[in-house]
Write a protein that binds this ligand. Sequence first.
Ligand SMILES: Nc1ncnc2c1ncn2[C@@H]1O[C@H](COP(=O)(O)OP(=O)(O)O)[C@@H](O)[C@H]1O
Ligand SMILES: [Mg+2]
Length: 370
Amino acid sequence: MAVVTLKKIVKYYDETLAVRGIDLEIADKEFLVLVGPSGCGKTTTLRMIAGLEDISDGEILIGDTVVNDVPPKDRNIAMVFQNYALYPHMSVHQNMSFGLKLKRVARSEIDRRVQEAARILDIEPLLDRKPKQLSGGQRQRVAMGRAIVRDPAVFLFDEPLSNLDAKLRVQMRTEIKKIHQKVRTTTVYVTHDQVEAMTLADRVVVMNHGVIEQVDTPQQLYHNPRTKFVAGFIGSPAMNMIPASLLDSGSGLKLDLGAGVQLQVPAERTAQYRPHVGKARLLLGLRPEHLTDTASLSQAGGVAEGQTFSPIIDVSEPMGMETLVYFQLQGITVCGKASPDVEAPSGKPMQLTAKLQNMHLIDDESGLVL
Ligand SMILES: Nc1ncnc2c1ncn2[C@@H]1O[C@H](COP(=O)(O)OP(=O)(O)O)[C@@H](O)[C@H]1O
Ligand SMILES: [Mg+2]
């Protein structure tokens, strides 16, 4: 069990600046997920923690020890990669025990640990099989088993589910969460998939171009993104971002979205937003679920607490639980979520309610949520 601390970590590959001074503290027993688009520096960061990559500047601590110059095998970490790298000629048991044998752990202890890991992973009947006799999901478990038997201070995962098909990925996601609840080992998990990040993590680190945009719980990231990047990256369908100007109407503030659409800003936001009246390049950030059809809102007895307008719907997509509706505003495609019971024919207007108590006001110039 261990705390992992990153202090001002920088990584250059020749001239490429891959990681630009990251500060991060990973708590003991925490499940921390690094998420971000391809090339943002996730794998590099993980490999520096593992000791597989030199650090250009800064310090990494595992527990109280600075490990910058400690070789990977002495860092007490275990890493699970995207390709599981199992030995094809060895049985599951041998694959899991190999590392311990090299460390000259006693045979009875090896057996105890392998049995225990097999029990946690629910692969006890597979111990005598070879990797080629296993499904993708089972191989994934063996790769995790190999990490668990080492009883490391820290687990490092790099996109471990990327090779699995969509259904299995969702299953294994739940499995990994269960396993962490059992073993409680400090875990750093890398993925480009924001849903995977949100479902697994105690805290999520959103990375972009080698910097950390935000570190927060999944709930906080979703409801209180601090930057435009995080607002757009977390959530699917993505948050709408509509160019807007902020007006002081005398009776509070209004958002002008163009095309004759003006929405009243909730009174409780007036003080917060007033300094931005008249500013150029503002965006209204509003998630699709906060732009819903007025008809079903009033049916549900919920007084339409929000602002209504009636765009012409271009396309509607019935999803079963809800229907996504798309329309154009100032050349931008905007997505709303309507009740599945409401008709949403393309080419016809639909009255929508914008729940601006959930709005975000984004400064497109600084990229910050105001
Ligand atoms: N061995 C390497 N040599 C040179 N550049 C690299 C190397 N590994 C990664 N990079 C570069 O560093 C940046 C971060 O890469 P990486 O950490 O692999 O991103 P991610 O895992 O988030 O997709 C990218 O611009 C990538 O091209
Ligand atoms: Mg990567």
